[in-house]
Design a protein around this ligand. Structure first.
Ligand code: HAM
Length: 427
């Protein structure tokens, strides 16, 4: 026998029994996004590699070592999208969406990063992302944070802490960068290889290092806050005032720099201590320079994305249990005439919105009834020679006490539809 083929490491199947939790999340998210006026957009899963290099940044973990990059049959370098912001901005520019004024957009779907898989970290994972383009903020920055808080609340999730920081303007960062590099150079011996490499290219990312041996150097590093200009300070303070006014709690984490290069001003992360090493459930911020950087007219923008698998893990942990929706009936039939009636009756029933599983594959009534029971359907609809002769069907409750009754198809439909309104008794 040949070997079975396994899925790719870090890329998971979502099995039928897991789907109801995904559905619950996706249904909640859809209503939530509408409540804030965000319009869905769908972008391709694959883009020109250059798009991600130019937006996320050449010296970032994602672009340096995590992208699934291929040469396609035309010899062009293309990549599976590692995130949605770059594609969303590309689509907005390509279709001139900002000509119609500022845009509130959202998207959902799989993203791909060749990271080391572990709990909460996958190579194919899903995000729900939100981008507001054409808004200078900080009101819309606050809107993003407030809407996240609302979603956690709706999903019954607590203990997700909010961290915010500001990266100021590119000029702020240039001033800060010079001070930071000086500090890091003075402590060169304490830096690991990765950080030394970043010193010349992306020194702010050194602050993100989780290496315990470097924590004292990081703690002693100068703070970007001290280089902030007045407008940046005002932006950050106004954001905080809106959050305080709405009772949204937050911590300021001056080390929060984010792993993608396009941010300025506000950055934020929602973190949890319940998912082991993978603490970020949702993250985002402002990226006022990105549209221009990608060839568009300059326009301010900000957004965030949440990791669906991480949110689902928190939902499962907090006790969210959703059952698969069983069919209304399993239709058991035997005999040529009976089968003819069964096919017709099943279609009539489905026409009214009922969910009917028609037995396929033949077999005795006894074995079909076993299948009916295993399907978790509320009723078995049974059609044999007698029913075929009278053009009626037998309906047997499978999940609660009650007698089998013989009815016309229309009556059977009425009975099953009525039963939908009454609580389902567990077997
Ligand atoms: P990000 O921080 O790279 O930001 O990802 C956002 C969220 O996606 C993370 O907080 C995490 O929950 C989830 N995530 C990231 N990588 C993985 C993984 N390997 N496995 C499971 N979940 C993961 C962005 O992607 C930005 N585009 C967010 C944004 C939108 N900024 C502005 N607009």
């Amino acid at each position: 026998m040949s070997e079975t083929i396994q899925s790719i490491r870090g890329m998971s199947d979502v099995l039928p029994e897991q789907v109801p939790l995904w559905d619950l999340f996706e249904d909640t998210a859809r209503v939530w996004l509408r409540a804030y006026g965000y319009r869905p957009i769908r972008m391709p899963l694959v883009e020109k590699t250059e798009l991600f290099v130019r937006s996320i940044g050449e010296v970032t973990d994602i672009v340096e070592k995590e992208m699934y990059t291929f040469t396609d049959l035309n010899g062009e370098s293309i990549s599976l999208r590692p995130e949605g912001t770059a594609s969303c901005v590309r689509a907005v520019l390509e279709h001139h969406l900002l000509y119609n004024g500022p845009q509130r957009l959202c998207y959902a779907g799989p993203m791909f990063r060749h990271e080391k898989p572990q709990k909460g970290r996958y190579r194919q994972f899903h995000q729900v992302g939100v981008e507001a383009l054409g808004f200078p903020g900080p009101d819309v920055d606050a809107e993003h944070i407030v809407m996240c808080a609302r979603l956690w609340n709706q999903l019954g999730l607590d203990r997700i802490r909010l961290q915010i920081n500001t990266l100021g303007t590119p000029e702020t960062r240039a001033r800060y960068r010079a001070r930071l590099v000086k500090h890091l150079e003075r402590n060169l011996d304490a830096l690991d290889e990765d950080s030394r490499r970043r010193l010349g290219s992306n020194p702010l990312r050194v602050l993100d290092s989780k290496n315990p041996a470097m924590q004292s150097v990081i703690d002693a590093a100068p703070r970007l806050y001290d280089d902030l200009d007045e407008a940046s300070l005002l932006h950050f303070e106004t954001l905080q005032a809106i959050l305080r006014g709405l009772g949204v709690e937050f911590d300021i984490n001056s080390r929060l720099v984010r792993g993608l290069d396009y941010y300025n001003h506000t950055v934020f992360e929602w973190i949890t201590d319940r998912l082991g090493a993978q603490s970020a459930v949702c993250a985002g911020g402002r990226y006022d320079g990105l549209l221009h950087q990608l060839g568009g007219k300059p326009a301010p923008a900000c957004g965030f994305a949440l990791g669906v698998e991480r949110v689902l893990a928190l939902m499962a942990e907090s006790g969210a249990r959703v059952r698969e929706q069983p069919p209304d009936a399993y239709l058991v039939h035997s005999g040529v005439e009976a089968s003819r009636l069964a096919w017709r009756a099943a279609e009539q029933m489905r026409e009214t919105g009922l969910s009917i599983v028609l037995h396929c594959g033949g077999g005795s009534f006894k074995s079909q009834m076993k299948k009916a029971d295993g399907s978790m359907a509320r009723f078995a609809v049974i059609i044999g020679d007698d029913e075929a002769a009278s053009q009626r069907v037998a309906v047997k409750p499978l999940r609660e006490l009650g007698d089998q009754v013989t009815l016309s198809v229309a009556e059977a439909i009425g009975l099953m539809r009525n039963a939908r309104g009454t609580p389902h008794i567990e077997p």
